[in-house]
Design a protein. Structure first.
Length: 47
């Protein structure tokens, strides 16, 4: 089970690295992260 998780993690890292080197000007995951942070801040302010 652990081996499968390690392989999946490695594939994910390779995929993200390949996507970043392939298109350095477009990083959609950073935009998603920024959007997520905004939503978290809104929720924090709501309390």
């Amino acid at each position: 089970m652990t081996i499968i998780l390690i392989i999946l993690l490695a594939l994910l890292v390779i995929y993200l690295y390949y996507r970043n080197t392939n298109a350095p000007e477009t990083k959609p995951w950073k935009k998603d992260l920024y959007h997520l942070q905004e939503q978290i801040n809104e929720l924090k302010n709501h309390d």
